[in-house]
Ligand binder design. Structure first.
Ligand code: SAH
Length: 266
């Protein structure tokens, strides 16, 4: 039996492609993503899409920025959804370009649901997510035999009332790596709650700012001192937090030998 293609590949007018642009370094764009963006008539893109990737877009395509910062939503999600539908109905090839992977904290699921509800065909093009890319570029394996047997990707985005309602008791396994997306603002809550849930306060913890970009920064500390280090160096988003013994898999000498050139602050 011949299996049908697992992924529809042809991009035709009136369709939308939700494309993952990866974490920043254009070398990490997939060939599939590249093929879709090269055909785009209009690209609706986010703040996290790097300049280098924007430079790969066809010169004649229309570019619409809908980026948002925490607490300062430029275009509300409903507006973005409608924009996608409106442009598809103009018989264009519409690319919705997102940082990382559309299905990892990227609202790709919501946008695809809305498109399908409006009878618009939609492609999902995966991208390299920040957890995978930042960990590689900082020399931190997310899992490592005998050190970390599982890895959780979790949001650190606080609700409007300032709360961060997470299942802390499920995060207290010392052999579990935890990766927080959108966690820089809530770092004090994260570290305090993890210690309260039973993680050792000396658990290694790292923060990677602008991972894979030429100005990537990596801070390493522990659950106890990471927050102070981040404050001291005035680190801003976008930043990813990796917590667990894997953070110390390689020492700085080994990292140099592995070819890591990024600025390591501590
Ligand atoms: N869909 C994206 C995640 C979007 S949520 C993905 O799969 O990667 C936005 C959060 O992702 C940021 O707050 C930050 O925590 C993380 N992030 C994305 N790109 C990053 C980068 N280059 N360096 C560090 N963190 C990044």
């Amino acid at each position: 039996m011949i299996s049908p293609p697992i992924h529809k590949q042809d991009f035709i007018v009136g369709e939308v492609a939700l494309v993952g642009a990866g974490p920043g370094d254009p070398d990490l764009l997939t060939l599939q993503a590249f093929r879709f963006i090269k055909q785009a008539d209009v690209v609706i893109y986010d703040r996290l899409v790097s300049q280098e990737i924007m430079a790969l877009l066809p010169t004649q395509c229309e570019k619409i920025y809908v980026g948002k910062k925490q607490a300062e939503h430029r275009v509300p999600q409903e507006g973005i959804n409608q924009l996608l539908v409106d442009h598809a109905r103009l018989n264009k090839k519409v690319v919705r370009l997102k940082g990382g992977d559309p299905f990892v904290f990227g609202r790709g699921g919501e946008e695809a649901q809305f498109l399908l509800k409006n009878d618009i065909a939609c492609h999902i093009v995966p991208g390299i997510t920040a957890a995978s890319a930042c960990s590689s570029y900082a020399g931190i394996p997310l899992t490592h035999r005998q050190v970390a047997q599982s890895c959780t990707l979790i949001t650190g985005h606080v609700q409007e009332n300032g709360a961060l309602d997470l299942p802390w008791q499920t995060l207290n396994d010392s052999k579990q790596t935890i990766v927080f997306y959108m966690g820089i603002k809530s770092l004090p809550i994260i570290t305090a709650q993890l210690i309260q849930a039973g993680r050792n306060k000396e658990t290694p913890a790292s923060l990677i700012r602008k991972g894979t970009h030429s100005d990537q920064q990596v801070i390493k500390g522990t659950l106890t001192d990471l927050e102070a280090l981040v404050k001291q160096h005035n680190i801003k988003p976008p930043s990813l937090i990796i917590i667990g013994d894997v953070v110390n898999t390689f020492n700085s000498y080994q990292l140099q030998n592995l070819g890591y050139l990024s600025t390591k602050i501590n």
